[in-house]
Design a protein around this ligand. Structure first.
Ligand code: HEC
Ligand code: HEC
Ligand code: HEC
Ligand code: HEC
Ligand code: HEC
Length: 219
């Protein structure tokens, strides 16, 4: 009798171990391998350091009283209220105007001067945040009327020193910044994800439910 219940117990333990091994294995596949396969990664054409350009000890002339004014030195609104988005090369050459005289000492800058400024070639940036064409998103309503800080939707991007690779969901084609940082869908910060529900959630929270009709965001 005793022997039998011992072997029952050890086979029960064996079963639990077998279950755990399978469970942990599927967690590894689901949380680490699947997300790695799901997103393709591409490096940006050039490293642009927001940290250096936002630091007045390294770059002079990015003017503005507040942080958000400084951002708008490059990310400005046109006269008609539309948003410039990622600045064009002509913004950079306001300072980097001579490809033969770098402003700093770094090899990144020399590379930038040679490949883009001397060749008068636009930098083919990959946009982390761009929405599909069917979506109407006016920055002016959010920044000037809504008085929201850039970081509410873009986190720390305006102070990054190194640009992360651009990650694109192979199935939906959305960038990871829009589709959501975490595979679980869990949202820790307001900038972790920017899908339709995330837009609507903030409109409801801030008392702008009237903006949650289809035609407001889809023209
Ligand atoms: C000197 C010009 C300059 C200034 C000043 C500047 N940026 Fe940028 N910004 C860029 C360039 C160039 C890019 C494209 C490369 C990249 O993704 O960082 C960019 C990209 C971005 C993006 C990513 C857009 C996308 O869809 O990929 C965000 C968000 C952003 N900037 C926010 C900010 C914020 C916030 C500030 C102020 C704290 C700021 N920027 C100040 C030049 C500037
Ligand atoms: C207001 C003047 C100004 C503007 C506008 C400006 N830069 Fe710069 N940039 C500088 C200065 C000054 C440095 C050198 C800073 C240092 O190394 O201390 C620099 C450095 C750099 C570097 C080397 C930084 C590194 O990572 O080592 C790159 C690359 C660069 N800029 C790209 C750009 C691009 C792209 C734009 C346009 C979106 C731009 N800059 C707009 C002034 C400017
Ligand atoms: C309420 C959220 C929100 C706020 C606040 C916000 N943005 Fe954006 N930003 C977005 C969305 C959404 C997009 C994508 C827009 C699109 O594709 O039409 C975007 C796109 C961008 C882009 C890329 C545009 C392009 O050319 O593809 C830049 C650069 C940017 N934002 C910078 C800023 C800066 C700088 C501020 C602060 C002055 C700011 N944003 C404030 C949500 C926001
Ligand atoms: C963090 C909060 C927040 C997020 C996120 C947000 N919005 Fe808004 N949105 C607002 C506020 C606040 C207003 C009202 C601004 C005002 O009229 O004062 C607004 C207004 C609008 C309007 C109306 C503009 C007009 O002309 O009246 C549109 C369109 C809009 N949002 C689209 C979007 C889209 C698309 C997204 C997601 C990609 C989004 N919003 C995400 C806060 C947000
Ligand atoms: C507050 C802004 C907002 C409102 C209101 C809104 N949408 Fe969207 N919609 C978006 C954004 C942002 C996306 C892209 C991100 C995503 O797919 O979630 C999108 C994506 C979509 C798509 C997928 C498009 C594609 O290219 O795959 C459809 C379909 C759609 N919306 C339909 C609707 C309908 C129908 C309504 C009204 C019931 C509506 N939307 C209301 C912001 C909005």
């Amino acid at each position: 009798m005793e022997k039998k219940s011992n072997s029952n117990r050890s086979s029960a333990i064996g079963g639990i171990l077998f279950f755990l091994a399978g469970f942990i294995g599927s967690l590894i596949v689901g949380w680490i391998i699947f997300p790695m396969v799901l997103y393709s990664k591409q490096p940006q054409p050039l490293n642009f350091s927001h940290a250096i350009h936002m630091n007045p000890e390294r770059v002079e002339g990015i003017e503005g009283d507040t942080e958000i004014d400084k951002c708008q030195f490059c990310h400005e609104f046109r006269e008609d209220g539309t948003f410039v988005g990622i600045p064009r090369l002509s913004k950079c050459t306001e300072c980097h105007d001579d490809p033969d005289s770098p402003l700093g000492e770094t090899k990144e800058e020399k590379e930038f001067l040679k490949t883009y400024v001397a060749a008068e070639k636009e930098i083919p940036w990959l946009s982390y945040y761009r929405q599909p064409d069917c979506v109407y998103f006016p920055h002016i309503a959010h920044v000037l009327m809504g008085k929201l800080q850039c970081s509410v939707c873009h986190g720390n991007h305006g102070h990054l020193d190194k640009l992360p690779p651009f990650e694109q969901n192979r199935i939906t084609k959305y960038s990871r910044n829009i589709w959501g940082k975490r595979i679980s869908g869990f949202k820790k910060h307001s900038w972790d994800r920017m899908k339709m529900d995330d837009c609507a959630e903030c409109h409801s929270k801030t008392g702008h439910e009237q903006n949650n009709a289809c035609f407001v965001c889809h023209k």
